[in-house]
Design a protein around this ligand. Structure first.
Ligand code: GLU
Length: 505
């Protein structure tokens, strides 16, 4: 195996938008491929045409692009193993189903869906709620194992509808070593005779998945835990074809923040955080919010996702994609479900915003503000405000005063701090300010300290008033830096306008 080039795939079904659990599966595949200089491909598994949702495939590709984890082979991307959409490979699967029939690993089953529901109902009445088509019950069903050969032939010649089912042997232990879970052993008595090929001429997920993983030379199958129960069947299919089995790694579930059950599509809007990478508009017009539209940076989203089920074994939490590639190993992926933490998700975003270059943030803010201000000014605004923001928009909500005079004054601060003598005090401070020659933060600060000393006042008696008049707020970044940015004339003007406004209150 060591000389075989690593090839992994992300194999979503286009049945709707990609849930963040799906993005995590794609991410771990991406990281694993890059780490081993291998290939990460995407295959669209659309054999279940009844669940096909228009727009889902484009959504998936767009979401992966936004996350920066694009595969290098796939629909529209090229690659030597295409087509990468299963419905476009339809004709390729039938010979494999025939081969299984020939080798007596599979059989024709003619039972109609009415027959099957009847069996289920009967079983239910007899106190068996989980009736299965399996190595015990198949003897009393209509299939090529129970019917005489000439009857089977007659039905086939007649064009009677049928499916092809896997013939599970009795009482065989199927074992495989999962890269995350270790040895998994399942007895075939607990596995039903899954349909491999449907009456509509399409393979089911199981057959198509195995055939494609083989033809696409997949070395590692990294996918969600929900596929673990299907793995024994898949292992048996590889054996039935005489093919090498890829390695399996089943990723832990993503759990709701309280740990009670799987994180579902509906949880997002119910609990107030997105579960989708980007906005999704359902067919009935409902919008499911995405991280992108909520203002998250893709780097923060990816960093957060990487930690849902994996950890580096150190205390480092902020990882660029390249660092994740370097550190990622499957043996550090947990077996237990990973609890999603909305607060931690915000924390990651905050860290990325704080760590970003001011000029870069300014470019993003500029888009939000429709190019209304110069980039130079916005760069300073971002530098002053980013410590207090989580999203780009917060920089403006909290810091618009830097470019626009305040029209409102924080009520709480006014009530608490604006006293009868405040007007005179601020007027005096304004005069002192106007005497500063070089109007830079350092000088403003030392002048302020001298002013406090002369007036025998504490900082709390003056600074909040100064802040109130200049910014309209009760809190914010350094007043000396703000003052330098605004410039002497603007500071003096704001003090005077502020005083007038507060007189009216
Ligand atoms: N099509 C399956 C899904 O939608 C893929 C499972 C697998 O990776 O084998 O999740």
């Amino acid at each position: 195996m060591s000389n075989t080039p690593v090839r992994v795939r992300f194999a979503p079904s286009p049945t709707g938008p990609l849930h963040m659990g799906g993005v995590r599966t794609a991410l771990y595949n991406y990281l694993f491929a890059k780490k081993h200089n291998g290939t990460f491909l995407i295959r669209i598994e659309d054999t279940d045409q009844t669940r096909f949702v228009p727009g889902a495939q484009d959504y998936i590709m767009d979401a992966l692009k936004w996350c920066g984890i694009m595969p290098t082979e796939g629909p529209g991307l090229g690659g030597d193993f295409g087509p990468y959409i299963q419905s476009e490979r339809k004709e390729m699967y039938r010979p494999y189903a025939d081969e299984l029939i020939k080798n007596e690993k599979a059989y024709y089953a003619f039972d109609s869906s009415e027959d099957l529901s009847q069996m289920r109902e009967q079983a239910l009445k007899m106190g068996m709620p989980n009736w299965q088509y399996n190595n015990v019950t198949r003897g009393s069903m209509q299939n090529s194992l129970s019917l005489p050969a000439d009857e089977v032939q007659r039905r086939l010649d007649n064009g009677d509808p049928y499916v092809i089912r896997m013939k599970m042997p009795r009482n065989v232990d199927v074992r495989f070593e999962d890269e995350i879970r270790g040895w998994v052993v399942v007895n075939t008595n607990n596995v039903d005779d899954k349909v491999l090929f449907k009456s509509d001429g399409m393979p089911t997920y199981h057959l198509a998945n195995i055939v494609d993983d083989h033809l696409m030379k997949i070395t590692h199958v990294i996918r969600g835990e929900e596929w673990l129960p299907s793995a024994p069947l898949h292992v048996m299919l590889y054996e039935a074809f005489g093919w090498d089995c890829p390695k399996f790694a089943h990723l832990p579930l993503l759990l709701k923040p309280d740990g009670n059950g799987k994180l579902s599509k509906r949880d997002g809007d119910r609990l107030g955080f997105p579960v989708f990478p980007t906005d999704w508009k359902s067919e009935d017009g409902e919008i499911y919010t995405g991280y992108r539209e909520q203002g998250y940076f893709p780097e923060a989203f990816i960093n957060m996702l990487a930690f849902l089920g994996w950890n580096p074994g150190t205390t480092q939490e902020i990882f660029s994609l390249d660092e994740l590639v370097a550190s990622f190993t499957l043996d550090r992926v947990a077996k237990a479900g990973a609890k999603f933490d909305p607060d931690k998700t915000k924390w990651f975003q905050q860290q990325y915003l704080r760590g970003a270059e001011n000029a870069l943030l300014a470019e993003k803010l500029n888009i939000v503000l429709d190019n209304k201000y110069s980039l130079d000014k916005l760069t300073v605004v971002c530098g002053l405000m980013k410590e207090r923001a989580t999203f780009i928009e917060d920089i403006w909500t909290e810091g618009s005063f830097l470019l626009e005079r305040p029209i409102e004054f924080d009520e709480q601060t006014v009530n608490k701090k604006w006293k009868d003598e405040s007007e005179a005090l601020m007027a005096e401070w304004s005069t002192v300010l106007s005497s500063i020659d070089s109007f830079v933060a350092e000088n403003i600060e030392s002048t302020f300290k001298t002013f406090l000393a002369e007036k025998e006042l504490g900082i709390g008696a003056v600074l909040p008033l100064f802040r109130l008049l200049l910014t309209g707020k009760g809190m914010g970044p350094s007043m000396f830096e703000i003052s330098e940015f605004l410039g002497k004339d603007e500071c003096i003007a704001r003090i005077s306008i502020g005083i007038t406004s507060l007189q009216k209150v």
